[in-house]
Design a protein. Structure first.
Lengths: 237, 237
DNA sequence: GGAGAAATTAACCCGTTGGATAAATACTGT
DNA sequence: ACAGTATTTATCCAACGGGTTAATTTCTCC
């Protein structure tokens, strides 16, 4: 009788897909928190509620695991970007939405930033081996190219920038601020991740890029061209 | 006779300062190439032409060594920045020079970028413990604040941006491009570190920031507002 | 010229870590 | 119901890596 009970009360259940997902999620946490070399396979296993052997069984060794996490991360952001639908927006609005999305995505997914940093420290050694990732970016570049072209033709934009440069710049403004917020906060003695600071940053970035494209600084950034104010405090944007 | 010769031909000479410098230099290489966890104390010793024990003797354990390297790196860039002398330049020229300096410095000192990335992955854990670093940045911020104020008063700039935001943005545009060039190159299928690509990037960054500040996109970035060109190739900046 | 301090070397220690092996347990189709 | 396979656990280990101890060599100052 106790025997049947024991048989029912399984020691463990099978769940290969679930296990694989939990492993990848745990690995994402670990790799983003500690980098590639700093990540501990045992910690990943523990966090996934699994035995270490499972990692090797379901994914592969540490490097393969890392690459799988990286590919998953790119996959996720690209798929969200696809939903942006910039084509149907006014060009300046499209750019603004792209900036807001990028900023928001980085804020919501700090592990993504860490993973990219880690991979770049490794000089993209792993990413180069990935066949998946290379193909998923050209559509995105074309999307931006179209927006820029439309903006130029409509007269909204005074200048046709290379879409890749533009995207890199937009990403840069958010990425650097967030990924380096720790050292920057220490250096400048401000908490850059405080609510107000984040709002300011978004306004600053959108103002900067749109002002450059449209040539209308004053309308987009706060105007402070009033005749000489006292030298004391300069109003900030 | 051979004995005297042997005595003269020393097995090693003392050189505490030199040794310390070689250790720090080797450590900088190692930490920037492999990150904190990936760095190997033995490799640092070997690269410095020293025994591992020397690291502990002259600097301290791995963490202290790392912090010393980091402080040295900040020291170096700040001292070079001090020589910029932006106060005596036309505001737009001052900003341009700041952009060019930042870009050039990052290009010449890639280890600096890696070190910052590494430290940010560690959430500035070490930097927070540093007393030196905190104090050396306010003068620099004031320098930029003055330039912006002068630009606003002279009418060159249409807008008074927060100097910290502006500096972060300028640094961001260069930093992200360079520190992430490995993954970006893979993703976009371009060699972002090729000579031409670098020239383009500098022009793009300077154009973007100055256009935003002055409101003169057309003069600063290449004008492409000519009546509709064929849809094929969009001219890039 | 030699004693004591400073600098450097050589050898070792021991916890950690990625990875491997083999046995045990749950599931599946027949 | 059972044979075969997929999944999971329980150990083990050899290499590595940071850090230490103790002995050795050079320098310096009297």
């Amino acid at each position: 009788m106790a025997k049947a009970k024991a048989k029912r009360n399984l020691r463990w259940q099978r769940d290969p897909e679930g296990m694989r997902l939990r492993i990848l999620e745990a690995a994402k946490q670990e790799f983003s928190a500690h980098g590639l070399a700093g990540a501990r396979v045992d910690r990943i296993a523990a966090k996934a509620g699994a035995n270490k052997r499972m990692l090797y069984y379901h994914v592969g060794n540490k490097d393969e695991l890392y690459l799988a996490v990286l590919e998953g991360a790119y996959d996720k952001i690209r798929s969200e970007e696809r939903g942006l639908d910039l084509e149907h927006l006014d060009p300046p609005e499209a750019i603004r939405r792209l900036i807001e999305f990028t900023w928001g995505y980085f804020l919501r997914n700090p592990e993504f930033l860490s993973l990219l940093q880690t991979e770049n420290l490794a000089r993209a050694k792993h990413l180069k081996r990935s066949t998946k990732v290379k193909s998923m970016h050209s559509p995105f570049v074309e999307m931006i190219r179209t927006v820029v072209r439309r903006g130029v033709e409509s007269g909204d934009f005074q200048v046709a920038v290379d879409p890749v440069q533009l995207y890199i710049s937009i990403a840069a403004l958010s990425f650097f601020y967030l990924s380096n917020s720790a050292t920057l906060s220490v250096i400048f003695g401000r908490d850059l991740l405080a609510k107000d600071a984040k709002d300011e940053r978004l306004a600053h970035m959108a103002g900067l890029v749109l002002a450059a494209l449209t040539g209308r600084s004053a309308e987009l950034l706060q105007i402070v061209n009033a005749p000489k104010k006292r030298a004391g405090v300069v109003q900030t944007v």
